[in-house]
Design a protein around this ligand. Structure first.
Ligand code: SF4
Length: 739
């Protein structure tokens, strides 16, 4: 029982800060300030786990440097002033439709930052904004992060959201590449207390192997750590695939297409050949293949360190090829598919890439987005379709995109820019209008995106904890922005949010043939009614005749919002279910496409680079537990200690190069001066800089005082992973000299 003092209250909420979706127990004082944060021990998924970021939620929620009222910038003087909501929306409604009318629909672009994956507004209302803008110039943090995973999944399973996750709680063998969940808390693998789940794997006699150019905290927890040259993961995985074929270790248990094509593609990548490129000895590669094949159950999992490379999509593809070849795809203890409770996007046609290409560099679209690596040139290159206006929602691409310096300069050339953001930062300083979201405590929470990748089926809804006090909700800000960019004014006496929600509800129910059941939806507002509808129509839903039954939903006749309101600690829906493949597949063949033509074609590119001589030094990124991309460096309790912006370098390299204190780092794209931190935990020939730093143009006092440098001054937006267009952040050639 939580003890609270007079005037205080406790409230339950999901942490919105990372993919681990931990349940929180918050204490609020009589003025609704968050004064204490604890892990919610009764949450059946996170069981009380809390990391330092979650513990700082109160500081973040009411950061004194956040923006609380709309802001308008005077371009002549560069001065900011506060404005009313009406004035801000009026200005947007005046400028963006006029620019679009003059220059065409593609002249307005949209950029979505990572936090959109963690908010109800991002999931339910940003798509409405994108439709209102009616542009193909849509960009997001996805192409600086996980797009290769989604492209590989889309081509193999027919749906980019059908991403297998390692069955952490049951697997006997985990091979992990380019992932550091002890710092990141996991990604595209929603698993609160990831560290505890890995320790449990080892306690029950399982084996864990980590492949990484750094001996990370995760690697130290493993049975075995293997150094690998940055960007060479696809070669290692091909070496394993080759061995599985060559030694007849196949155990394919799901219906697949393209086995012979995979065998042919792997032909040249013998362990001996790839050993030189990866730095992993041939006999180790053969042993890994044999261990994966022999384990009672096994899963290969690869994340951001392998996605943000030149061969990111091939790497993600080969991960699932190995899971399939060893009989571990869609099997308990292997790589499995979550069953999220809320109705997701219902895909009727197989996923495709490159349905259209970008204007300047003809880079492929994926999931309706262009690569962030091409935004700068789309703004600066003159011609029809040039981007003249930009809307950013919860994103700071000036720090998080490749060639950040170039993008920063490009943003200054825009004719009009709007940012929905809580901070005046390196990106939003270029905006004409900033629309701030409310406090986190003033927003409801449901994890539409992340529960699709959970290692256990689970659902939890958190209503807003604190009233809005007359200001618009985040959802309403986005809905009104959608109206403004399409040149519409809200109808008098009609709430734009309700208008949007009613349209969506009516359309969805009409399609489902359930329009007459509209009145059954519960919820205090139209957003909650939408969530209720999505739960009722989801796989566990009350309105689904084929619903998955569970003890907790059964008394309600199936999942609905009331189930979650009555169970505020969250609802456990059980371990991942094996044998889901026929149901989740959306491929034309109705089988797992082991050899999608787009990826087999890209193997040519991989093969061509096999004999490349590795540059002397390669730069990689680095995750930090108390950091969250670019946006949590203003929280004083999180800054300092290991959470600093330094260049990790092997002592052997530091001595060889005469580096003792600070180094000048040069790449093809730029140059930085940065403190060096020699450590044996990074392999020789590799240096590492954390990303998201470089707060030199920010109004955030703490972040400015610990500015660090922008690692993306060194990355190069001309380099992308070909199939997905994802930016390349790992394996950037650099040279170092003493500063
Ligand atoms: S691990 Fe992620 S979700 Fe959990 S408390 Fe930390 S930041 Fe929040």
């Amino acid at each position: 029982m939580t003890r609270v003092t007079v005037g205080q209250r406790t409230a339950l909420r999901t942490c919105p800060l990372c993919e681990a979706v931990c349940g929180l127990e918050l204490t609020l004082d009589d003025e609704d300030h968050i004064v204490r944060v604890r892990g919610d021990r009764q949450d059946p998924f996170s069981a009380g786990f809390l990391c330092p970021k979650g513990a700082s939620l109160g500081h973040l929620d009411e950061d004194p440097d956040r923006i609380t009222e709309p802001m308008i910038r005077d371009r002549a003087t560069d001065a900011w002033r506060t404005a009313s909501w009406q004035e801000a929306f009026d200005l947007i409604a005046e400028r963006i439709p006029a620019l679009v009318a003059e220059y065409g629909r593609g002249s307005a672009a949209l950029y979505l930052g990572n936090p959109n994956a963690h908010t109800v507004a991002g999931a339910l209302y940003v798509p409405v904004l994108a439709r209102a803008l009616s542009t193909r110039n849509i960009y997001s943090a996805s192409t600086a992060d996980q797009m290769p995973k989604q492209v590989a999944s889309g081509l193999m399973f027919g749906d980019p959201l059908t991403v297998p996750v390692p069955d952490l709680d049951r697997t006997d063998y985990l091979l992990m590449l380019g992932a550091n969940p002890l710092e990141s808390n996991g990604s595209l693998c929603t698993a609160p207390d990831f560290p505890g789940r890995l320790k449990a794997l080892r306690r029950r006699g399982g084996r864990m192997v980590v492949v990484d150019p750094r001996r990370t905290r995760t690697a130290k927890l493993a049975d075995e750590h293997l150094f690998i040259r940055p960007g060479s993961d696809a070669y290692l995985l091909f070496g394993i695939v080759h061995t599985l074929f060559a030694r007849d270790l196949l155990d394919v248990r799901v219906a697949v297409e393209g086995l012979d094509e995979v065998r042919a593609a792997a032909q040249d990548f013998t362990p001996e050949v790839v050993a030189g490129r990866t730095g992993v000895p041939a006999e180790t590669i053969v042993r890994l293949a044999a261990e994966l094949a022999a384990a009672p159950s096994a899963a290969v999992y690869a994340r951001i360190g392998t996605c943000t490379t030149e061969f990111g999509t091939l790497t993600q593809w080969l991960v699932e090829v190995i899971n399939a070849l060893t009989g571990n795809l869609d099997r308990a203890g292997g790589a499995m598919f979550s069953t999220a409770a809320a109705l997701g996007i219902v895909r009727t046609r197989p996923f495709r890439i490159a349905r259209w290409t970008s204007r300047v560099r003809e880079l492929p679209e994926a999931m309706g987005e262009f690569p962030i690596a091409t935004l700068a040139e789309e703004i600066t290159a003159p011609g029809e379709g040039q981007v003249r206006a930009l809307i950013t929602v919860a994103g700071n691409p000036a720090l998080s995109a490749p060639s950040g310096t170039r993008l920063d300069a490009a943003l200054a050339e825009l004719e009009f820019m709007v940012s929905v953001d809580r901070y005046l930062n390196e990106t939003t300083r270029h905006a004409d209008v900033i629309l701030p979201p409310p406090r986190i405590a003033q927003s409801p929470h449901y994890d539409f995106a992340l529960l699709q990748f959970a290692v256990r089926d689970y659902a939890r809804y958190s209503p807003a904890l604190v009233p809005l006090d007359g200001r618009p909700s985040e959802a309403e800000v986005i809905a009104r922005l959608a109206l403004a960019v399409s040149g519409q004014q809200p109808e008098p006496d009609r709430d734009p949010l309700t208008t949007v929600d009613e349209l969506v509800i009516a359309g969805t129910l009409h399609k489902a043939g359930l329009l007459e059941r509209r009145a059954e939806l519960v919820g205090d507002n139209s957003t909650e009614q939408r969530i209720d509808m999505m739960l009722r129509l989801g796989p566990y839903g009350q309105w689904r005749p084929d619903a998955v039954r569970t003890p907790v939903t059964e008394p309600y006749g199936g999942m609905n919002l009331q189930v979650l309101l009555d169970n505020p600690h969250g609802v456990d829906l059980g371990p991942l279910r094996p044998g889901r493949l026929p149901e989740v597949l959306r491929t034309a063949s109705g089988r797992v496409e082991l050899a999608p033509p787009e990826l087999i074609a890209d193997v040519v590119r991989l093969r061509a680079r096999l004999a490349d001589v590795a540059p002397e030094l390669l730069l990689i990124g680095r995750r930090q537990l108390r950091s969250n991309n670019s946006w949590m460096h203003n929280i004083a309790p999180l800054v300092g200690g290991s959470n600093t912006c330094t260049l990790h370098i092997n002592p052997h390299d530091a001595t060889r190069l005469g580096l003792t204190d600070r180094a000048v780092v040069k790449s093809a794209a730029g140059m930085l001066t940065v403190p060096v931190e020699p450590t044996e935990e990074i392999m020789p020939g590799v240096v590492s800089l954390p990303h998201g730093w470089g707060h030199t143009d920010s109004e955030q006092a703490v972040a400015s005082a610990h500015a660090g440098v922008n690692a993306n001054a060194l990355t190069d937006d001309s380099l992308v992973d070909a199939p997905s267009g994802n930016a390349v952040f790992n394996g950037v050639p650099v040279t170092l000299t003493p500063a």
